[in-house]
Design a protein around this ligand. Structure first.
Ligand code: HEC
Length: 188
């Protein structure tokens, strides 16, 4: 398999889209796991926001269960695979802190957003040792702003402060990169 170096990643997102054919199955497998986690979280978020449009109930749900749902989804994956969320500006720094590869990929997504070339289907495949990482960008939507935007209600603000003393994940605008979901698939 051809290895993509991190250096090649920087500012070369178009190169990355041209994946060698043999990485395609692993890419599809990664996307499947990404959808499992993304789908589980989004369905729950939507239901809770509908029940309580202030966002408070959804916030309690996210604080209490996002990590548990992530673990549940991971328990369903094959032993050689994991899936997680991360961001450049992290809310839960206990579990979602990015590493250098994550940061490089997210910076290239931010660059693509700036240049107006990012699409939600802009999946990136990166090899790190014997693991293939598959990344999907999470672009900030209107619904995200209640808890990640600039004009948070007082109640949301307070709840965030007490649950996440190091919260960096506010001040986003619609269309900003909020983070990524990344699947990691070990050679097996
Ligand atoms: C009701 C409040 C709320 C809404 C709405 C919300 N989030 Fe979050 N988000 C949170 C909380 C709370 C966490 C921390 C979860 C945890 O403790 O693991 C979080 C964490 C995240 C993370 C993980 C990285 C990190 O910073 O810890 C990502 C990525 C994320 N949110 C993206 C989004 C996107 C995209 C949307 C819109 C589709 C969204 N969120 C909407 C409350 C919210």
């Amino acid at each position: 398999m051809k290895t993509l170096s991190i250096a090649a990643l920087v500012g070369a997102s178009t190169l990355l889209m041209a994946q060698p054919a043999e990485t395609l199955p692993v890419k599809a497998e990664g996307v499947k796991y990404i959808k499992m986690l993304g789908g589980a979280l989004k369905t729950q978020l939507k239901a809770h926001m509908k029940k309580d449009p202030s966002g408070l109930e959804a916030l309690a749900f996210c604080s209490g269960s996002a990590d548990a749902i992530t673990k549940e989804v991971n328990a369903k994956l094959p032993k050689y695979a994991t899936v997680r969320r991360t961001a450049l500006k992290v809310r839960n720094d206990n579990v979602n802190t990015p590493d250098e590869t994550d940061k490089t990929v997210m910076q290239s997504y931010e660059k693509a957003i700036k240049e107006g070339t990012l699409t939600p289907k802009d999946i990136k495949v990166v090899k790190v040792g014997d693991t293939t990482r598959v990344y999907k960008p999470l672009v900030t939507q209107k619904v995200c702003l209640k808890c990640h935007g600039s004009n948070l209600s007082e109640k949301i603000s307070e709840a965030l402060k007490s649950a996440y003393p190091h919260d960096m994940a506010t001040g986003f605008k619609e269309g900003d990169l909020r983070g990524v979901i990344v699947a990691e698939i070990k050679k097996h």
